[in-house]
Design a protein around this ligand. Structure first.
Ligand code: GUN
Length: 296
């Protein structure tokens, strides 16, 4: 079985982007800037945000983290977004989800300037993706990272049956729509399964490419997968494991060990899709910078 190494690909991508950031700096005296807003103290979000900031700095981009208290009102957050929308040194704005319950996530998504929406969550960007105008939009980072992996590994996709399990706005919906487009590394027949789907295994067993974005540890087992399928695991689930020092470890939505003799190629967790999400966030921010400076 081929291990699809997201850590390696993301590291290659970052090296490529660093060269471009340096060239752009030499040409314009400016560098891309990403601002991440985190509201409250969710520990998982704090780790993600720290990793995003670290990766920015690694490739020579500016990174700003705005920390706001859990008691922040929607109005206060929207005012901050407005300020960043109007700041020419900010090329990407990302508001880390989940948000405290007094804040309407959709109102926040709508408030971000689509030209700085490096998450690709704004309806303007998601709508362009659905309509196949990928050159003029931001594609949300996890689906974009998966597309990049399929492309770099030369996975045959044209006419294949891609089954996406999960229908979130962040992964499932954009992923399925992306695989439907007539592009290289897409052009699939697509099925979406979700929590109300009857007999999920009857669909997953038909998949040539199976994308698991459910959020449940080891949900996809060997009996649910067609021999030779390409399996992409989006899940990041923490489970108890008394044999580790911390008492827990991260696993995906796929029973990786069980599938090793069934799948033809698979992404591991960690080291598969996760690092790609960050790399594509940097790519979107770089693209935003280049668009706003007429470098494309
Ligand atoms: N929370 C978990 N993943 C993401 C992401 O990709 N973007 C944002 N904004 N929040 C998240």
């Amino acid at each position: 079985m081929l291990i699809i190494d997201g850590k390696k690909v993301s590291s290659d991508l970052k090296a490529e982007m660093k060269v471009r950031v340096d060239e752009n700096r030499a040409a314009t005296g400016k560098v891309p800037g990403l601002t991440v807003i985190i509201v409250g103290e969710d520990p998982a979000s704090q780790v993600y945000v720290r990793n995003k900031a670290k990766s920015c700095v690694e490739i020579g981009m500016n990174s700003t983290v705005v920390e706001m208290p859990a008691s922040t009102s929607e109005e206060e957050l929207l005012a901050k977004i407005d300020e960043l929308n109007n700041d020419p040194d900010v090329h990407g704005i990302l508001v880390q989800q989940p948000l405290p319950k007094q804040i309407d996530e959709f109102a926040v998504t709508l408030a971000i300037d689509p030209a700085k929406d490096v998450d690709g969550f704004h309806p303007e960007n998601l709508g362009r993706l659905v309509m196949g105008h990928l050159d003029k939009c931001f594609v949300s980072c996890t689906p974009y990272g998966i597309l990049e992996l399929l492309g770099r590994y030369g996975i045959e996709t044209k006419g294949k049956h891609c089954v996406v399990v999960g229908r979130s706005n962040i992964v499932g919906k954009p992923m399925a729509n992306l695989m439907l487009q007539k592009l290289e590394a897409t052009n699939c027949t697509v099925t979406i399964c979700h929590s109300a789907t009857k007999d999920i295994p009857s669909y997953t067993r038909q998949a040539d490419i199976l994308i698991a974005a459910i959020g449940k540890a080891h949900f996809i087992t060997a009996d649910m997968v067609k021999p030779g399928a390409v399996v992409i695991d989006v899940g990041i689930n923490r489970i108890d494991d008394p044999t580790t020092k911390s008492g827990s470890r991260l696993v995906g939505d796929v029973d990786y060990d069980g599938l090793c003799n069934v799948a033809s190629a698979m992404t591991p967790v960690p080291g598969g899709v996760g690092p790609m999400t960050i790399a594509m966030l940097l790519k979107n921010t770089l693209q935003s910078f280049e668009r706003s400076n007429g470098l494309q």
